[in-house]
Design a protein around this ligand. Sequence first.
Ligand SMILES: NC(=O)c1ccc[n+]([C@@H]2O[C@H](COP(=O)([O-])OP(=O)(O)OC[C@H]3O[C@@H](n4cnc5c(N)ncnc54)[C@H](OP(=O)(O)O)[C@@H]3O)[C@@H](O)[C@H]2O)c1
Length: 333
Amino acid sequence: MKAFIVNHYGKKEKLSLTEVAEPVVKETDILVQVHSAGVNLLDSKIRDGEFKMILPYKTPFTLGHDVAGVVTKIGSNVSKFKVGDEVYARPADHRIGAFAELIAMNEKDVAIKPKNISMEEAASIPLVGLTAWQALIEKANLKKGQKVLIQAGSGGVGTFAIQLAKHLGATVATTTSATNYDLVKSLGADVVIDYRKEDFKTILKDYDVVLNSQDKKTLEKSLRILKPNGKVISISGPPDPDFGKVINANWVLKIILKFLSAGIRKKAKRLGVNFSFLFMRAQGEQLNQITKLIESGVIKPVMDKVFPFEQTNEAMSYVETGRAKGKVVVKIK
Ligand SMILES: NC(=O)c1ccc[n+]([C@@H]2O[C@H](COP(=O)([O-])OP(=O)(O)OC[C@H]3O[C@@H](n4cnc5c(N)ncnc54)[C@H](OP(=O)(O)O)[C@@H]3O)[C@@H](O)[C@H]2O)c1
């Protein structure tokens, strides 16, 4: 089968379109013919080598963290899916490889694709949808009547997170540039801050939750808009000691993770607020809940561009500009 693989780590490295062996289907795996694959900044960061310490993929390997397609084969112990099912997923770490014609995934990481959206739209959802779900519902326990700041509301995570937070009954503030004002308003944002002209720190106060996806300076400012005991969930780092436990890090890595987040944890403690890091994980059950929200019209995919499979490198470069409005997808079938 054809797949886009990483031969060497590095910022300037391009993925190469290569003929590779079909994936092995284990007992609890399903084999999926990939129709579309979502493109995420995580793909670029892994290719660049930024995640080598946490996710040490051995080259050559196939990249791609979001998939929508059709089940073509099931393992002997699969109970939830049958051949012909239309599915979508964020395959688990160490099982990635959506930039390919076929991918094998554990059935527990997969869900039936929402019936009311296309394969391209479905491939845009899993990673950002699960990120928003795990940040706002699992970690922050966001409740009706609370106030949340979702940074970069016009991006992949932001466009989903705004809709989810509104569904949960929260008041939503978001940052983006003026060109995306109408987009984030249409998704339900109550307060829109143009980050190029205004400073959210001087506008927002007494917030319950911040979903931080930007740099260190923005993270530090986020702590200052919270009410006592409020929570910043950061998806752009730095990783915290709990994350070390989640990934079962060795003691050296645990010390490094503790050190990386020591400063921000100390600042949060001094302000009487909470900081935590989230690295999203594959989760088929949560994706089933997301399917329901999409089918009932509560959440709509926000698509920027669809690239043909051959232009996967161009799709990644486009995402790397940081200007995407919603999601970028490659169409494989
Ligand atoms: N830890 C995890 O599990 C996890 C999961 C998903 C994503 N992430 C990380 O979260 C970050 C965001 O991901 P994403 O996929 O949502 O990114 P994205 O789709 O590439 O975000 C692009 C959007 O960000 C906006 N933006 C750029 N700079 C901004 C700023 N300073 N303030 C506010 N908005 C800004 C842009 O709007 P303008 O064009 O108007 O500037 C654009 O619409 C990335 O670093 C990604 O790696 C982490």
